[in-house]
Design a protein around this ligand. Structure first.
Ligand code: ATP
Ligand code: MG
Ligand code: MG
Length: 550
């Protein structure tokens, strides 16, 4: 849509293309394979992929696996699955930064030969001390003026395993008095005797992020390297590496603000604790916002795309509320999901004047807002289940549902008039009685009389039992995310399991991730972990009503 204003990254790209700086753009998504992707990563994925699509460029998928301590091969597959599910297609452009270790080593040698890098023997503590502070310039390392020959030899020794971890590092020779601390001779290679998940024990030296990343981008022909705001102060170093390594087509780093969500736990540390303490059912617990959790909860890629688009791209730090994400999934499912009947808190309704043992099939539209979804046949009989809250023996004013003497519409079926109820010894209502008017089939009276209430129902003899899981925010929003002692302020009602729900038989065969609108109860999705053909389990994605307004 051309009337929509362009975000600042699009403006940069269009200027670069117009000036002929790049013939074709190339973006990338570069996760470290050290955890599950979350909604923030989705923003970065869809942003990078979307830009490549919009400007007919390329989108690379690259695992930034240069730090063997934290990486685990198990995350590579989950990350790929999440990105595919979101719809970002890297085609054959799947890369691993570790494939460039050889080239990175060559670039380090190039810098040494140019007098732009040196091997330093200071301890990590000394390096920190020499680095200075924001207000004080740093001091030159006593090893700063080693000869090129000596540096080449020492660096080769580093590579050949002559030194212990931390004994020597390779540093870029830039400016110890720079106002930007990142430019004060940053470390670009360290000794680390560690086994890498892909390169094994080939290397005992590993490049630092600030040196590796621009090289990865440049090797792949990335033109616009989009990252989050905390790397803004690193950009001069990014540009320094690109310049000193003399790449023919220098990539450009662009920073944007991270996406933060309110009312959900996003910190990896805290999620880990929730998982370890068994408070949530793994990283894909439907109350979390990892991409796997959102998928399991029933969010669609389209709803997530709508959400990140609504959040926009900017340099200003801001946060979006979970309610906005809920708005997006409602919008998406509104016309996609069939609307069917399910009773979450059942109580029996007996139609005393309906023939015993008879089951008739009534036609119900699948989605009032989307005729293309067609209609289905729903069985109706003498004994039904309705929601317990749809009956009151002594109703307050303006209660239009069932109470003795009142007539209501059973959705898509008949008008029924309540005649009374039965109770157990504790006074709990066990059965509600009513009579129906056979003339009102389909839900309208030939004499034109109106009823004020319409309730949904499920025929008892053909009902399917199911479990429904209802969710609230895992954090009690009104009281903040943390308690005074630093523990998480958990909402005790974040999960409600409703065991004996009754569903119309058309739910039979529902498969993992299938979503439905349960009439009056919200949007639900078949749980991919726990649901079976015999025991259907549904997650409530979102209720029907919203406080969120666009
Ligand atoms: P986290 O610590 O939350 O896992 P990260 O930055 O360590 O985040 P990476 O694997 O390095 O995760 O991230 C891959 C890409 O995703 C990076 O380009 C990063 O800028 C981007 N990204 C990470 N978090 C967010 C966020 N909240 N919003 C937007 N982009 C993000
Ligand atoms: Mg990172
Ligand atoms: Mg990460």
């Amino acid at each position: 849509n051309e009337t929509v204003s362009k975000n600042f990254i699009e403006q940069i790209i269009e200027k670069d293309l117009a000036e002929g700086k790049y013939k074709e753009i190339c973006t990338r998504f570069p996760p470290e394979p050290n955890g599950y992707l979350h909604i923030g990563h989705a923003k970065s994925i869809l942003l990078n992929y979307g830009l490549a699509q919009k400007y007919h460029g390329k989108f690379n998928m690259r695992f930034d696996d240069t730090n063997p301590t934290k990486e685990k091969v198990e995350f590579v597959e989950s990350i790929k699955a999440d990105i595919k599910w979101l719809g970002a297609d890297w085609e054959d452009r799947l890369y691993f930064a570790s494939d460039y270790f050889g080239k990175m080593y060559e670039y380090a040698i190039k810098l040494i030969k140019k007098g732009k890098a040196y091997v330093c023997d200071l301890s990590p503590e000394e390096i920190r001390e020499y680095r200075g502070t924001l207000t004080e310039p740093g001091k030159n390392s006593p090893y700063r003026d080693r000869s090129v020959e000596e540096n080449l030899e020492l660096f080769e020794n580093m590579k050949n395993g002559k030194y212990q971890d931390g004994e020597k590092v390779l540093r870029a020779k830039i400016d110890m008095a720079s106002p930007n601390i990142n430019m004060r001779d940053p470390i670009i290679y360290r000794v680390a005797h560690m086994t890498h998940h892909r390169t094994g024990d080939t290397w005992c030296i590993y490049p630092m992020y600030d040196f590796a990343h621009p090289i990865e981008d440049a090797i792949e022909g990335v033109t616009h390297s989009i990252c989050t705001l905390e790397f803004e102060d690193h950009r001069p170093l990014y540009d320094w590496v690109v310049k000193e390594c003399e790449f023919e087509f220098p990539p450009k780093q662009i920073e944007f603000a991270k996406l933060y969500l309110t009312n959900v736990v996003t910190g990896k540390r805290y999620i880990k604790r929730l998982v370890e303490e068994g408070i949530v059912d793994g990283w894909d617990d439907p109350r979390l916002v990892s991409i796997a959790a959102l998928r399991r909860r029933g969010f669609t890629p389209e709803s997530i795309k709508m959400f990140v688009d609504l959040c926009g791209v900017s340099k200003a730090q801001s946060s979006a509320d979970y309610a906005m994400l809920e708005y997006c999934i409602r919008e998406d499912l509104k016309t996609k999901a069939p609307r069917m009947m399910a009773i979450l808190h059942p109580v029996k309704l007996v139609i005393d004047n309906y023939p015993e043992g008879q089951v008739e099939y009534l036609t119900a539209p699948n989605n009032l807002e989307n005729e293309a979804l067609g209609s289905r046949e729903v069985p109706f009989g003498k004994e039904l289940y309705i929601e317990a809250e749809d009956f009151m023996e002594e109703p307050p004013k303006k209660y239009f549902r069932l109470f003795p003497g009142n007539e209501v519409r059973l959705m898509n079926a008949y008008f029924v008039t309540c005649t009374g109820c039965e109770k157990d010894e504790n006074g709990n209502i066990t059965v509600i009685h009513a009579t129906y008017d056979p003339e009102t089939k389909g839900g309208n009276a030939p004499d034109g009389r109106k009823v004020k209430g319409t309730i949904h129902w499920v025929n008892a003899s053909t009902a399917i039992k199911a479990e429904c899981r209802l969710y609230e925010n895992i954090i009690d929003e009104s009281k903040g995310v943390y308690n005074e002692d630093g523990s998480l302020n958990l909402n005790p009602n974040s999960l409600t399991i409703v065991k004996d729900c009754y569903l119309e038989p058309n739910f039979k065969g529902a498969k993992a991730y299938d979503s439905f609108q349960f009439v009056r109860n919200g949007f639900f999705c078949v749980d991919s972990k726990d649901s079976t053909d015999k025991n259907l389990v549904f997650n409530r994605i979102v209720s029907l009503k919203s406080s969120f307004k666009l």
